[in-house]
Design a protein around this ligand. Structure first.
Ligand code: SIN
Length: 322
């Protein structure tokens, strides 16, 4: 049966225009949703598509303002019996943060798929329509529900909890960690690797329009503890450290953070790898980010703090569960 899908557009390169097939620069977020659906209409996809424009931005500018419009629009679509699934078009630069935020705050009853592109619509080898056709294939599949928010880039289907942008250029820019693709898709075929892992689950966190301030502190050789004052203000409720190696930091920074009266999560600025608890984390009051990279650890800490979780063991547990 042909599925009815709601497409919510936020901009990005998938809606980008360069003005020339060989131009170096381009503008993200130029094509409107009506125009986009008309272009997609020419592909002969087996789905009824309707759409709404939530924003039309470069995803470097993504944040609470757009999330506060996007999240309720998805909830309305999911509650609508005539909607079988939702596709969100998004810039690739911060796609992983939006996908993870939605994953933690939406029920898993119907497919929700986030998709982007690495090349603007008038570039040679535009990947946007192919990725979009793949996203339609995934969102039309009953077995896409119960897997949380999914990301389609190229022929990979990735879970929001795992997805990472790992390359600045090229169409093969996304990977999953610690789990790789959960499926492979073409406009004509879809193969899942394993069964849905959260069938019919409610949202893990209530939606809030008021995410608390959590600072992201990148560690580098020579970082001085005194520079912490540039990062932490009266409004800061928590800190995520993008540490070196396995979430490490200079001794002076470690001792300065240890006496702060707020949760501190140790993540890693390294592309891949787990950050496990260290013996002195308990004394320092630090939490290990485990498999989450710094930007995703920040989203999870914001949601935990917004829901009133401050107990150290409960915070660590939430990171262990990802
Ligand atoms: C953006 O993230 O909006 C620009 C880059 C892209 O979509 O690939």
């Amino acid at each position: 049966m042909t599925k009815r899908l709601t497409v919510l557009a936020t901009g990005g390169t998938i809606a980008g225009i360069a003005g020339s097939a060989i131009a170096k620069d381009y503008r993200a977020g130029e094509i409107g949703i009506e125009d986009y659906l008309e272009r997609a209409g020419g592909l002969g996809l087996d789905a009824e598509l309707s759409g709404a424009q939530i924003a039309n931005i470069d995803s470097a500018d993504m944040g609470p303002e757009v999330w506060n419009a996007l999240h309720p629009a998805i909830v309305v679509a999911l509650d609508d019996r005539s909607c079988d699934g939702v596709i969100v078009t998004h810039g690739t630069d911060t796609l992983e943060e939006t996908a993870f935020l939605l994953d933690l705050t939406l029920p898993t009853t119907k497919p929700v798929v986030v998709v982007g592109a690495m090349r603007p619509a008038d570039a040679v080898g535009y990947d946007g329509l192919r990725n979009f056709a793949n996203a339609v294939r995934v969102a039309s599949d009953n077995a896409a529900a119960g897997r949380g928010v999914l990301v389609v880039m190229g022929d990979r289907v990735l879970a929001a909890r795992d997805v990472r942008k790992v390359r600045t250029r090229g169409t093969d820019a996304f990977r999953g960690f610690p789990r790789e693709s959960v499926g492979l898709v073409t406009p004509a075929t879809l193969e899942w690797f394993g069964a849905p892992w959260k069938p019919e689950s409610p949202a893990q966190f209530a939606w809030t329009e008021d995410l608390p301030d959590v600072e992201l502190l990148t560690i580098y050789a020579g970082l001085k503890p005194a520079s912490l004052v540039n990062h932490i203000t009266e409004k800061t409720r928590g800190v995520v450290v993008a540490g070196v190696g396995e979430g490490n930091m200079p001794e002076g920074v470690r001792s300065a953070l240890a006496v702060m009266d707020m949760p501190v999560v140790r993540a890693s600025r390294t592309d891949e790898g787990l950050v496990d608890r260290e013996p002195d984390d308990t004394a320092n009051g630090f939490i290990a980010a485990r498999a989450l990279n710094p930007q995703k650890a920040r989203i999870l800490l914001q949601l935990l703090l917004a829901s009133g979780v401050t107990d150290h063991a409960a915070l660590q547990n939430a990171f262990d569960e990802r």
